[in-house]
Design a protein around this ligand. Structure first.
Ligand code: SF4
Ligand code: SF4
Length: 373
Protein backbone atom coordinates (compact mmCIF):
# COMPACT_ATOMS: atom_id res chain seq x y z
CA UNK A 1 0.00 0.00 0.00
CA UNK A 2 1.58 3.28 -1.09
CA UNK A 3 0.69 6.61 0.46
CA UNK A 4 -2.69 7.35 -1.03
CA UNK A 5 -5.94 5.56 -1.53
CA UNK A 6 -6.46 1.79 -1.75
CA UNK A 7 -8.94 0.36 -4.25
CA UNK A 8 -11.40 -0.04 -1.38
CA UNK A 9 -10.94 3.62 -0.43
CA UNK A 10 -11.57 4.75 -4.01
CA UNK A 11 -14.77 2.73 -4.12
CA UNK A 12 -15.94 4.20 -0.80
CA UNK A 13 -15.09 7.74 -1.89
CA UNK A 14 -17.16 7.27 -5.04
CA UNK A 15 -20.16 5.94 -3.11
CA UNK A 16 -20.02 8.76 -0.56
CA UNK A 17 -19.77 11.48 -3.19
CA UNK A 18 -23.17 10.56 -4.61
CA UNK A 19 -24.85 9.62 -1.34
CA UNK A 20 -27.79 11.56 0.18
CA UNK A 21 -25.80 11.71 3.45
CA UNK A 22 -27.52 8.73 5.07
CA UNK A 23 -25.06 8.57 7.96
CA UNK A 24 -24.83 12.28 8.78
CA UNK A 25 -26.68 12.00 12.11
CA UNK A 26 -24.11 9.49 13.38
CA UNK A 27 -20.95 11.63 13.20
CA UNK A 28 -19.97 13.11 16.58
CA UNK A 29 -17.48 15.53 15.03
CA UNK A 30 -20.04 17.12 12.72
CA UNK A 31 -22.46 17.31 15.68
CA UNK A 32 -19.92 19.00 17.93
CA UNK A 33 -18.87 21.49 15.24
CA UNK A 34 -22.29 21.92 13.57
CA UNK A 35 -20.37 21.84 10.32
CA UNK A 36 -21.70 20.44 7.07
CA UNK A 37 -18.19 20.09 5.67
CA UNK A 38 -17.32 17.78 8.61
CA UNK A 39 -20.14 15.31 8.05
CA UNK A 40 -18.81 11.97 6.74
CA UNK A 41 -20.22 12.96 3.35
CA UNK A 42 -18.54 16.39 3.42
CA UNK A 43 -15.14 14.96 4.37
CA UNK A 44 -15.33 12.18 1.81
CA UNK A 45 -16.47 14.62 -0.91
CA UNK A 46 -13.43 16.81 -0.15
CA UNK A 47 -11.09 13.81 -0.15
CA UNK A 48 -12.53 12.55 -3.43
CA UNK A 49 -12.35 15.98 -5.06
CA UNK A 50 -8.67 16.20 -4.04
CA UNK A 51 -8.09 12.69 -5.42
CA UNK A 52 -9.70 13.63 -8.73
CA UNK A 53 -7.82 16.93 -8.92
CA UNK A 54 -11.02 18.98 -8.68
CA UNK A 55 -9.82 20.57 -5.44
CA UNK A 56 -6.20 21.61 -4.82
CA UNK A 57 -4.41 19.77 -2.03
CA UNK A 58 -3.64 22.86 0.02
CA UNK A 59 -3.66 23.67 3.72
CA UNK A 60 -7.33 24.62 3.87
CA UNK A 61 -8.58 21.53 2.05
CA UNK A 62 -6.20 19.21 3.90
CA UNK A 63 -7.51 20.56 7.23
CA UNK A 64 -10.90 18.90 6.71
CA UNK A 65 -9.27 15.44 6.98
CA UNK A 66 -8.47 16.05 10.65
CA UNK A 67 -12.16 16.28 11.53
CA UNK A 68 -12.50 12.55 12.18
CA UNK A 69 -11.95 10.66 15.44
CA UNK A 70 -11.81 7.30 13.65
CA UNK A 71 -14.83 6.14 15.66
CA UNK A 72 -16.60 4.15 12.88
CA UNK A 73 -20.00 5.38 14.05
CA UNK A 74 -20.87 6.11 10.42
CA UNK A 75 -20.08 2.59 9.18
CA UNK A 76 -23.08 0.66 10.60
CA UNK A 77 -25.36 3.40 9.18
CA UNK A 78 -23.95 3.02 5.68
CA UNK A 79 -25.63 0.48 3.39
CA UNK A 80 -22.26 0.00 1.67
CA UNK A 81 -20.40 -0.44 4.98
CA UNK A 82 -17.94 2.25 3.90
CA UNK A 83 -14.75 2.60 5.91
CA UNK A 84 -14.60 6.40 6.09
CA UNK A 85 -11.61 6.65 8.51
CA UNK A 86 -9.46 4.55 6.18
CA UNK A 87 -10.04 6.88 3.23
CA UNK A 88 -9.58 10.03 5.33
CA UNK A 89 -6.33 8.69 6.84
CA UNK A 90 -5.11 7.93 3.31
CA UNK A 91 -5.89 11.56 2.45
CA UNK A 92 -3.82 12.64 5.48
CA UNK A 93 -0.96 10.53 4.12
CA UNK A 94 -1.18 12.30 0.77
CA UNK A 95 -1.16 15.65 2.56
CA UNK A 96 1.82 14.60 4.71
CA UNK A 97 3.78 13.73 1.56
CA UNK A 98 3.28 17.34 0.49
CA UNK A 99 4.32 18.69 3.90
CA UNK A 100 0.73 19.60 4.78
CA UNK A 101 0.30 17.66 8.00
CA UNK A 102 -1.35 19.28 11.01
CA UNK A 103 1.37 20.89 13.20
CA UNK A 104 0.16 19.16 16.39
CA UNK A 105 0.10 15.78 14.64
CA UNK A 106 3.57 16.49 13.28
CA UNK A 107 4.86 17.18 16.80
CA UNK A 108 3.48 13.89 18.12
CA UNK A 109 4.89 11.95 15.20
CA UNK A 110 8.25 13.66 15.74
CA UNK A 111 8.27 12.58 19.39
CA UNK A 112 7.40 9.03 18.34
CA UNK A 113 10.36 9.02 15.96
CA UNK A 114 12.87 10.50 18.39
CA UNK A 115 11.85 8.86 21.68
CA UNK A 116 9.74 5.87 20.63
CA UNK A 117 6.64 7.35 22.29
CA UNK A 118 4.35 10.11 20.89
CA UNK A 119 4.29 11.81 24.28
CA UNK A 120 8.09 11.87 24.42
CA UNK A 121 8.19 9.48 27.39
CA UNK A 122 11.33 7.62 28.33
CA UNK A 123 9.66 4.22 28.37
CA UNK A 124 12.90 2.33 29.08
CA UNK A 125 13.35 4.26 32.32
CA UNK A 126 9.69 3.86 33.25
CA UNK A 127 9.87 0.12 32.61
CA UNK A 128 13.00 -0.17 34.74
CA UNK A 129 11.70 1.87 37.66
CA UNK A 130 7.97 1.37 37.75
CA UNK A 131 7.00 -2.02 36.41
CA UNK A 132 6.93 -5.28 38.33
CA UNK A 133 9.73 -7.66 37.45
CA UNK A 134 7.99 -10.21 35.33
CA UNK A 135 10.97 -10.89 33.08
CA UNK A 136 12.49 -13.71 35.13
CA UNK A 137 10.58 -16.28 33.07
CA UNK A 138 12.60 -16.58 29.89
CA UNK A 139 10.03 -18.71 28.13
CA UNK A 140 6.96 -16.67 29.05
CA UNK A 141 4.46 -17.31 26.26
CA UNK A 142 2.54 -14.05 26.64
CA UNK A 143 3.50 -10.41 26.07
CA UNK A 144 1.45 -7.81 27.94
CA UNK A 145 1.55 -4.74 25.67
CA UNK A 146 1.04 -1.35 27.39
CA UNK A 147 0.89 0.61 24.11
CA UNK A 148 0.87 4.42 23.90
CA UNK A 149 -1.58 4.98 26.75
CA UNK A 150 -0.28 2.17 28.99
CA UNK A 151 3.03 3.98 29.52
CA UNK A 152 1.40 7.15 30.88
CA UNK A 153 1.53 7.96 34.61
CA UNK A 154 4.58 5.80 35.25
CA UNK A 155 2.94 2.88 33.47
CA UNK A 156 0.09 2.93 35.99
CA UNK A 157 -2.25 0.93 33.74
CA UNK A 158 0.40 -1.72 33.05
CA UNK A 159 1.17 -2.08 36.76
CA UNK A 160 -2.50 -2.57 37.64
CA UNK A 161 -2.96 -5.03 34.77
CA UNK A 162 0.03 -7.04 35.91
CA UNK A 163 -1.47 -7.14 39.43
CA UNK A 164 -4.75 -8.48 38.07
CA UNK A 165 -3.00 -11.17 36.05
CA UNK A 166 -0.81 -12.26 38.95
CA UNK A 167 -3.92 -12.44 41.17
CA UNK A 168 -5.61 -14.63 38.53
CA UNK A 169 -2.51 -16.87 38.35
CA UNK A 170 -2.34 -16.64 34.60
CA UNK A 171 0.39 -18.06 32.38
CA UNK A 172 3.78 -16.36 32.74
CA UNK A 173 3.97 -13.06 30.88
CA UNK A 174 6.46 -10.37 29.97
CA UNK A 175 6.10 -6.61 29.67
CA UNK A 176 8.39 -4.94 27.07
CA UNK A 177 11.72 -3.73 28.46
CA UNK A 178 13.07 -2.36 25.19
CA UNK A 179 11.75 -0.52 22.13
CA UNK A 180 9.52 -0.66 20.19
CA UNK A 181 7.06 0.65 22.75
CA UNK A 182 4.04 1.36 20.56
CA UNK A 183 2.31 -0.10 17.53
CA UNK A 184 2.88 3.19 15.70
CA UNK A 185 -0.75 4.32 15.63
CA UNK A 186 0.28 7.96 15.85
CA UNK A 187 2.44 7.59 12.72
CA UNK A 188 -0.44 5.89 10.93
CA UNK A 189 -3.07 8.43 12.04
CA UNK A 190 -0.81 11.40 11.25
CA UNK A 191 -0.27 10.10 7.72
CA UNK A 192 3.46 9.45 8.09
CA UNK A 193 3.15 6.13 6.35
CA UNK A 194 6.80 5.77 5.34
CA UNK A 195 7.69 5.94 9.04
CA UNK A 196 4.86 3.56 9.88
CA UNK A 197 6.07 1.14 7.21
CA UNK A 198 9.48 1.07 8.91
CA UNK A 199 8.02 0.84 12.43
CA UNK A 200 5.45 -1.93 11.98
CA UNK A 201 7.90 -4.70 10.88
CA UNK A 202 10.11 -3.87 13.88
CA UNK A 203 7.11 -4.41 16.15
CA UNK A 204 6.21 -7.65 14.37
CA UNK A 205 9.79 -8.93 14.86
CA UNK A 206 9.84 -7.96 18.55
CA UNK A 207 6.61 -9.80 19.33
CA UNK A 208 7.27 -12.85 17.13
CA UNK A 209 8.70 -15.05 19.96
CA UNK A 210 5.42 -14.90 21.89
CA UNK A 211 2.37 -17.07 21.50
CA UNK A 212 -0.02 -14.30 22.53
CA UNK A 213 0.11 -10.52 22.72
CA UNK A 214 -2.39 -8.98 25.11
CA UNK A 215 -3.11 -5.30 24.44
CA UNK A 216 -4.12 -2.97 27.26
CA UNK A 217 -5.58 -0.51 24.76
CA UNK A 218 -8.08 -1.92 22.23
CA UNK A 219 -6.58 0.51 19.68
CA UNK A 220 -3.39 -1.57 19.62
CA UNK A 221 -5.29 -4.83 19.15
CA UNK A 222 -7.09 -3.15 16.25
CA UNK A 223 -3.82 -1.92 14.75
CA UNK A 224 -2.23 -5.37 14.90
CA UNK A 225 -5.34 -7.20 13.67
CA UNK A 226 -6.64 -4.79 11.03
CA UNK A 227 -4.05 -2.22 9.95
CA UNK A 228 -0.87 -4.31 10.00
CA UNK A 229 -2.32 -6.85 7.52
CA UNK A 230 -3.33 -3.97 5.23
CA UNK A 231 0.32 -2.96 5.15
CA UNK A 232 1.29 -6.61 4.58
CA UNK A 233 2.99 -6.92 7.96
CA UNK A 234 2.45 -10.39 9.40
CA UNK A 235 1.73 -10.62 13.12
CA UNK A 236 2.58 -14.10 14.39
CA UNK A 237 1.20 -14.17 17.97
CA UNK A 238 -2.53 -14.37 18.60
CA UNK A 239 -3.73 -10.82 19.34
CA UNK A 240 -6.02 -10.43 22.35
CA UNK A 241 -7.58 -7.50 24.09
CA UNK A 242 -7.09 -7.39 27.84
CA UNK A 243 -10.85 -7.89 28.28
CA UNK A 244 -10.73 -11.06 26.18
CA UNK A 245 -7.82 -12.54 28.07
CA UNK A 246 -9.21 -11.82 31.52
CA UNK A 247 -12.59 -13.14 30.42
CA UNK A 248 -10.95 -16.41 29.32
CA UNK A 249 -9.57 -16.78 32.85
CA UNK A 250 -13.11 -16.77 34.34
CA UNK A 251 -12.24 -14.28 37.06
CA UNK A 252 -13.94 -14.88 40.37
CA UNK A 253 -13.64 -14.01 44.01
CA UNK A 254 -14.41 -10.31 43.69
CA UNK A 255 -14.35 -8.59 47.06
CA UNK A 256 -17.31 -6.80 48.64
CA UNK A 257 -20.43 -5.36 47.06
CA UNK A 258 -20.12 -4.30 43.43
CA UNK A 259 -20.55 -0.59 42.74
CA UNK A 260 -23.12 0.18 40.06
CA UNK A 261 -21.25 0.94 36.83
CA UNK A 262 -22.19 2.55 33.53
CA UNK A 263 -20.48 0.75 30.67
CA UNK A 264 -19.24 2.97 27.85
CA UNK A 265 -18.38 1.10 24.65
CA UNK A 266 -14.94 1.89 23.34
CA UNK A 267 -15.18 2.55 19.58
CA UNK A 268 -12.34 0.29 18.47
CA UNK A 269 -13.18 -2.51 20.92
CA UNK A 270 -16.83 -2.49 19.87
CA UNK A 271 -17.20 -1.30 16.28
CA UNK A 272 -13.56 -2.02 15.42
CA UNK A 273 -13.16 -5.52 16.88
CA UNK A 274 -16.81 -6.46 17.39
CA UNK A 275 -16.31 -7.03 21.12
CA UNK A 276 -19.59 -5.74 22.47
CA UNK A 277 -20.79 -8.72 24.49
CA UNK A 278 -17.43 -9.76 25.87
CA UNK A 279 -16.75 -6.87 28.29
CA UNK A 280 -20.39 -6.86 29.38
CA UNK A 281 -20.16 -10.59 30.10
CA UNK A 282 -16.95 -10.02 32.01
CA UNK A 283 -18.56 -7.38 34.24
CA UNK A 284 -21.69 -9.49 34.70
CA UNK A 285 -19.64 -12.54 35.67
CA UNK A 286 -17.65 -10.55 38.18
CA UNK A 287 -20.43 -8.47 39.71
CA UNK A 288 -23.43 -10.77 39.33
CA UNK A 289 -25.41 -8.19 37.40
CA UNK A 290 -25.26 -6.38 34.09
CA UNK A 291 -23.78 -2.89 33.96
CA UNK A 292 -25.95 0.12 33.26
CA UNK A 293 -26.09 1.22 29.63
CA UNK A 294 -26.02 4.45 27.65
CA UNK A 295 -29.13 5.19 25.59
CA UNK A 296 -26.85 4.84 22.54
CA UNK A 297 -24.80 1.68 22.93
CA UNK A 298 -22.97 -1.07 21.08
CA UNK A 299 -22.86 -0.25 17.31
CA UNK A 300 -24.50 3.13 17.98
CA UNK A 301 -22.37 4.13 20.96
CA UNK A 302 -21.08 7.68 21.40
CA UNK A 303 -17.43 8.48 20.74
CA UNK A 304 -15.59 10.47 23.43
CA UNK A 305 -13.28 12.15 20.91
CA UNK A 306 -10.00 10.59 22.03
CA UNK A 307 -9.16 8.84 18.76
CA UNK A 308 -7.21 9.56 15.60
CA UNK A 309 -5.31 12.52 17.13
CA UNK A 310 -8.46 14.63 17.54
CA UNK A 311 -7.46 15.87 21.06
CA UNK A 312 -4.31 17.34 19.46
CA UNK A 313 -5.71 18.60 16.17
CA UNK A 314 -9.18 19.80 17.30
CA UNK A 315 -8.92 19.97 21.10
CA UNK A 316 -12.12 21.95 21.73
CA UNK A 317 -14.18 19.60 19.60
CA UNK A 318 -12.64 16.54 21.25
CA UNK A 319 -13.36 17.98 24.71
CA UNK A 320 -16.97 18.80 23.76
CA UNK A 321 -17.44 15.20 22.63
CA UNK A 322 -16.06 13.94 25.94
CA UNK A 323 -18.36 16.23 27.93
CA UNK A 324 -21.34 14.77 26.09
CA UNK A 325 -20.34 11.43 27.66
CA UNK A 326 -19.79 12.85 31.15
CA UNK A 327 -23.13 14.66 30.93
CA UNK A 328 -24.80 11.25 30.70
CA UNK A 329 -22.67 10.03 33.60
CA UNK A 330 -23.82 12.96 35.75
CA UNK A 331 -27.46 12.09 35.07
CA UNK A 332 -26.86 8.43 35.93
CA UNK A 333 -27.12 6.91 39.42
CA UNK A 334 -24.09 4.75 38.56
CA UNK A 335 -21.08 5.17 40.81
CA UNK A 336 -18.63 5.00 37.93
CA UNK A 337 -18.29 4.90 34.18
CA UNK A 338 -16.10 2.07 32.84
CA UNK A 339 -14.38 2.21 29.43
CA UNK A 340 -11.89 -0.41 28.16
CA UNK A 341 -9.43 2.13 26.75
CA UNK A 342 -6.94 3.91 29.03
CA UNK A 343 -6.58 6.60 26.34
CA UNK A 344 -10.32 7.32 26.38
CA UNK A 345 -10.34 7.38 30.19
CA UNK A 346 -7.46 9.87 30.26
CA UNK A 347 -9.24 12.08 27.71
CA UNK A 348 -12.58 11.96 29.55
CA UNK A 349 -10.90 12.86 32.84
CA UNK A 350 -8.92 15.72 31.30
CA UNK A 351 -12.02 17.10 29.57
CA UNK A 352 -14.19 17.08 32.71
CA UNK A 353 -11.97 17.09 35.82
CA UNK A 354 -14.99 17.39 38.15
CA UNK A 355 -16.19 13.97 36.96
CA UNK A 356 -12.72 12.40 36.92
CA UNK A 357 -13.10 10.32 40.07
CA UNK A 358 -16.18 8.60 38.59
CA UNK A 359 -14.35 7.48 35.42
CA UNK A 360 -12.40 4.20 35.39
CA UNK A 361 -10.62 2.05 32.88
CA UNK A 362 -11.61 -1.59 32.74
CA UNK A 363 -8.18 -2.48 34.13
CA UNK A 364 -8.68 -0.11 37.08
CA UNK A 365 -12.12 -1.56 37.72
CA UNK A 366 -10.88 -5.17 37.61
CA UNK A 367 -8.06 -4.25 39.97
CA UNK A 368 -10.53 -2.64 42.36
CA UNK A 369 -12.85 -5.66 42.34
CA UNK A 370 -10.19 -8.37 42.46
CA UNK A 371 -7.55 -6.76 44.66
CA UNK A 372 -9.61 -4.19 46.52
CA UNK A 373 -7.91 -1.00 45.29
S1 SF4 B 1 -20.43 6.46 4.57
FE1 SF4 B 1 -22.15 5.54 3.46
S2 SF4 B 1 -23.98 6.60 4.27
FE2 SF4 B 1 -22.18 7.84 4.85
S3 SF4 B 1 -21.96 9.38 3.19
FE3 SF4 B 1 -20.67 7.61 2.65
S4 SF4 B 1 -21.99 6.30 1.35
FE4 SF4 B 1 -23.33 7.74 2.45
S1 SF4 C 1 -15.47 7.65 11.79
FE1 SF4 C 1 -16.64 8.82 13.33
S2 SF4 C 1 -15.75 10.89 13.30
FE2 SF4 C 1 -15.06 9.84 11.41
S3 SF4 C 1 -16.56 10.43 9.87
FE3 SF4 C 1 -17.29 8.48 10.74
S4 SF4 C 1 -18.68 9.07 12.40
FE4 SF4 C 1 -17.48 10.90 11.86
Amino acid sequence: MSAGFSAQDVKALGKCTFCPKMCRFSCPVSHATASESLTPWGKMLSANSIREGKLPLDEANAAVMWGCSGCFACQPQCKHGNDVPSALTAARALAAEKGLTHPAAGLKAGAQRSTGHPGGLNCAEIAREALPQVTDRPKAPVLLWPGESGWLNQAQEARLAAGVLIRLETEPFHIPRAAPWTTGKTLYDAGFWDDFRAHAPAVAAAIRPYRKIVCLDPADAWMLSVIYPRFRVRVKPAVLTFAAWVNSLSPHGAAGAAPEVLYHDNCLLGRGLNQHDLPRGLLRGLDGESPREFHLKRERSLCCGAGSLLPSTMPETAAAMAREITRVLRESPAAALVNASPACVAHLRASDPAAATRIMSLVEYLHLRLLGG
